[in-house]
Ligand binder design. Structure first.
Ligand SMILES: C[S@@+](CC[C@H](N)C(=O)[O-])C[C@H]1O[C@@H](n2cnc3c(N)ncnc32)[C@H](O)[C@@H]1O
Length: 322
């Protein structure tokens, strides 16, 4: 399992860039960008190098943690997966590329695509100090255009991207990303009802094109969750001093809610139920909400079933309940 916290090399590279920019100014820029997001805007609000850095300092730790948690879930289901090349669509500061690099030593070639020049510039600067990422190939184009000319990759990732597109653009991008996926496509979104709905729609569309779900679902059927419930997970990450200052936060950690789907070309052989909320561990039993191959199930694992109970006690929200 890869740690959800930024690798030391990346954290140091990010914080080193803060020299020359006051933390108050960076915090004000990050606040303006996140207000734009909350108002339904997108990363077009990131226009300068200072904006890109402020955004990355404020958000990269959380999006990195969400992508890492999703990659860990994928790695658990597909322990033999050893991708050699990666295509990171809507790569921004390179978050998912860094997460995938940590998860798979097998990765050798990295292609990133994004329409935002300031974020691309920052990603290239951050990657310069990394032996594995210094030669990343980063294309500055709108994703649809860039994908048309991109080579297929073993692993294609789109993290916190599809929410920035309208329905029609999202549908055609999903098909294009799938066409460029040699083995696995991972899409991660914020863990809101709207983010989860986008994941479900993309999942259904691509299953229709022959994809199989590796995670989080233990089946390729329809999602059994009904509104107001929605499929999402949470990942805790530590906040550095700079991260706290940029966010004006006190707590030394934050919990990022995210939704994701990992789709593969080949059918998945080992499938375990997925834990959909933090289980309740009582004296008599463990109660857990599970997504199983037969649909939603509230499992009651009694203490008297010693081995099962001991295993269920260790389940955490998001785990494969093996
Ligand atoms: C919220 S950021 C996420 C960045 C990165 N994937 C991460 O997880 O930190 C969304 C990114 O998608 C890019 N983006 C949005 N629409 C795009 C499009 N149509 N073509 C290319 N990039 C796009 C933005 O420029 C931005 O870098």
């Amino acid at each position: 399992m890869t740690s959800p916290d930024l690798p030391a090399e990346l954290k140091a590279a990010l914080e080193a860039r803060l020299h020359g920019l006051s933390r108050n100014e960076a915090a004000a820029r990050a606040a303006r960008i996140s207000q734009t997001y909350r108002g339904g805007g997108n990363s077009a609000a990131i226009r300068s190098q200072a904006d890109a850095l402020a955004y990355a300092l404020a958000r990269m730790p959380a999006t990195y943690a969400a992508v890492t948690a999703s990659l860990n879930a994928l790695g658990e289901i597909r322990p033999d997966f050893a991708p050699e090349n990666l295509l990171d669509v809507g790569a921004g500061p390179g978050t998912a590329t860094w997460a995938a690099t940590e998860a798979w030593p097998s990765l050798k070639r990295f292609t990133l695509l994004d329409a935002n020049g300031a974020l691309r510039e920052l990603a290239l600067e951050l990657g310069r100090g990394s032996t594995r990422l210094r030669d990343m190939d980063y294309h500055h184009h709108e994703a649809g255009t860039a994908l048309a000319g991109a080579e297929a990759a073993d692993l294609v990732v789109a993290s916190y991207l599809i929410g920035e597109m309208n329905d029609a653009a999202r549908g055609s991008l999903a098909a294009q990303m799938w066409a460029k996926t040699r083995d696995t496509l991972l899409v991660v979104e914020p863990g809101t009802p709207a983010g989860a709905a986008r994941i479900i729609a993309l999942r259904e569309q691509l299953i229709g094109l022959g994809a199989h779900v590796a995670a989080p679902c233990p089946h390729d059927g329809s999602c059994p969750l009904q509104p107001p419930d929605w499929c999402h997970f949470t990942q805790r990450l530590q906040r550095s001093q700079a991260h706290k200052q940029i966010k004006g936060a006190e707590l030394p950690f934050e919990d990022e809610k995210f939704s994701y789907v990992a789709l593969t070309r080949a059918p998945v052989t080992s499938r375990f139920a997925r834990v959909l909320a933090q289980p309740i561990v009582g004296k008599v039993e463990v109660t857990a909400k599970l997504c199983t191959s037969d649909g939603l199930e509230i499992a009651h694992v009694p203490r008297r079933a010693k081995e099962d109970y001991a295993r269920a006690r260790r389940w955490r929200w998001g785990d494969a309940a093996g």
